[in-house]
Design a protein around this ligand. Sequence first.
Ligand code: UGA
Length: 432
Amino acid sequence: MEGEREAVGVVGVGWVGLVTATCFAELGHPIVALDVNAEKVESLRRGEITIHEPGLAELLTANSERITFTTSMDEVLAATRLLFCCVDTPPTYSGDADLSRVRSVVAQLPEGSEHALVMKSTVPSGTGASIRRDKPDLRYVSCPEFLKEGSAIQDFMHPDRVVVGADAGSEDSADAVESLYEPLGGEIVRTDVASAEMIKLASNAFLATKISFINEIANVCEQTGADVTEVARGMGLDERIGASFLQAGIGYGGSCFPKDVSALKQLAGNSGYHFQLLNAVIEVNELQKRRVIAKLEKHLGSLADKRIALLGLAFKPDTDDMREASSLVLSARLQGEGAEVVAYDPVASGSAGSMLPEVEMASSASAALERADAAVLVTEWPEFAELDWASVRESMASPILIDGRNYLDGVELRAAGFVYDGIGRPDPPDGT
Ligand code: UGA
């Protein structure tokens, strides 16, 4: 039975590639996964993974016999017909996406063969067309990924939708991609390449807009006495709005939203359109990361020589990813004000160390909070909700807690003697 399943090639075994390879293997497909980094390939062959994604290591081990890791494109081409391109497309200084890795994959593909390039990497709208201008006979399918870090396996196995974009000459390959995803049950959106590319960028830009919108509402709530969590609950019940991505906080980060919003803005600009809304989305997000400074100053006055504890560093829980994490801007700003910064993250402390050279890394949340003049919850890791806050309070120099994710129970913390300040949540009038 298994021998009948289509073999799948995966090019680029970063986070997207490894999740894609592992999940297709779990569905029974033989996988040949390539990376140019020989060291990474060696460690994957030994079953070692360096990224933190819940369930991934276990699923990889369970499917190790179906996955071959290689550095040889010839090996991929010999064994597979569909090549999922999962290389990264980081932002350049101009805000455009860097497509050099994509181009180097395309350069290695034989034209006029049965092989098809299935683009998973996030690329600007128009990339597929430009690749096919250079290689008119190349079969090309756009199949953007919508996985979230921290829940990637669940997202892969239960997609809301699968977008499959193909133009004339690549329909057979698109049919083959559709068949791969059919067992997962999500609605398949079959469309042209340019629209598929735009669906990805527009989806991320819309979600980022939703976050910046609720963050601005939170800032207004602080002026007017409303509670943004109540406002979001009331808004989210409207089906047209939806409840997700309405959590106010200290800004979005990660490898996707900042990059994709900027790439879409740049793409629009390059084609002669000024995308005004996205400028505001980006600016609001930048300012949101810094608002915590004013909150701390409100309670402490000058931050010079104050010891500030950061709880969480990763851009969100269940990942060790520090790319564009709000903690980076926040800690640098705190240091700019002369504060001493101590931090703890359950998994990202190690990867964050080199990015935060002057920050003292604590071995636990309680250790980070000892002698702190204030604490800022940056990432909503569940273990922070389970801390024994009453005894933590005794060890702090002053019990000031800024909850950058509105994650903790403010009423309980105030009752335990904390000065608790969330985002868009004013103090209750009765002081409770
Ligand atoms: C995002 C998208 O959600 C995925 O659909 C997409 O596939 C992925 O980018 C990508 O392009 O690869 P991800 O960056 O993993 O996924 O994380 P999200 O869960 O979307 O969170 C992004 C940031 O927004 C985090 O910093 C998070 O804390 C923040 N956020 C999220 C909020 O501040 N408020 C919210 O209500 C939701």
